[in-house]
Design a protein around this ligand. Structure first.
Ligand SMILES: Cc1cc2nc3c(=O)[nH]c(=O)nc-3n(C[C@H](O)[C@H](O)[C@H](O)COP(=O)(O)O)c2cc1C
Length: 277
């Protein structure tokens, strides 16, 4: 175990959640999770294809609902394909420049396929199939991120690809019942990045029953703590919402979701032959 791992975990968790934690058990793996941060700035150093394959294997070692394995990863190798994807999101220069990119997909196709191969009916083509596939893809993405971090690389998911879902699905030749979940760009980080504060556990972890009685006060305190640590570089739509004195997380997220976003995504999933009912 790396020296100072307990102190590293304590420091990371205090910064993340704004409270002091006891660390009853420490390890390098836990410390890596506690110190998680995305990276969007990379050295000009390639990611070895064998290393990328190993990271995909770690991601696909993640748990899977009933071991149904309803997720796939597409490694984007073709420079032209990569450039076309990046050109769809010019505001993300790092999607163009990151040394490697992969795309996580939901796979609702394999189960009906094996049912047919095994001569069985498939009466489970409903919303639960989609829900399980989303969960499987999300868990794999999270394990990929954790594996990237533990390997000393860095990276960031890219759900922006879903704003161009139809076109990218076509470019990736996704068949029916396979849909985009998120991209992930990675490489060797060129900066140390920073820990993003999260909501305090008093808001997000409950005991025996759900409650949000004290959520508003706790979220406002979080807004102030987060704003003091990492002041927003710009306020969202000040012409519409004015300029806030404390521009915290809740102000930013309320503004972000005051606009309809990706309202056509259900239609995209239906076109990909997922059943949402
Ligand atoms: C599923 C998923 C999709 C994401 N998509 C994007 C994205 O399109 N663009 C982006 O800049 N960051 C994206 N992110 C990164 C988040 O913005 C980031 O995780 C969040 O700001 C918290 O930062 P942290 O992960 O360093 O704690 C995504 C993260 C997740 C989990």
């Amino acid at each position: 175990m790396t020296p100072n791992v307990i102190q590293d975990m304590q420091r990371a968790m205090a910064e993340r959640f704004g409270e002091d934690f006891e660390i009853p058990l420490a390890s390098d793996g836990l410390a890596s999770l506690a110190q998680h941060r995305v990276h969007r700035d990379f050295l000009d150093r390639p990611v070895d294809p064998e290393l990328l394959k190993m990271l995909c294997a770690c991601a696909m070692s993640a748990p899977s609902k009933s071991d149904l394995q309803q997720r796939d990863i597409i490694i984007i190798q073709d420079p032209d394909l990569r450039a076309r994807i990046a050109a769809l999101m010019p505001q993300y220069a790092w999607v163009r420049t990151a040394p490697a990119m992969v795309i996580f997909c939901l796979n609702g196709r394999r189960l009906p396929q094996i049912a047919e191969w095994r001569g069985k009916p498939f009466p489970n083509d409903h919303c639960d199939l989609l829900f399980n596939a989303v969960a499987d893809a999300a868990i794999a993405l999270a394990w990929f991120q954790a594996s990237v971090n533990m390997a000393g690389l860095g990276g960031c998911p890219v759900s922006e690809i879903r704003n161009h879902a139809e076109l990218i699905s076509e470019w990736l030749r996704l068949p029916d019942k396979v849909a985009l979940y998120a991209g992930f760009c990675l490489g060797w980080p060129s900066t140390s990045g920073h820990i993003t504060p999260r909501l305090p556990l008093s808001v997000t972890v409950h005991h025996d029953r759900f409650t949000d009685d004290h959520a508003r006060g706790d979220i406002e305190a979080y807004d102030e703590r987060r704003e003091a640590l990492h002041p927003a570089r710009r306020q969202r739509d000040p012409d519409v919402w004015g300029t806030a004195n404390v521009y915290g997380w809740s102000e930013d997220k309320a503004g972000q979701y005051a606009e309809p976003l990706r309202t056509d995504f259900g239609a995209y999933l239906r076109r990909r032959k997922f059943n949402l009912t």
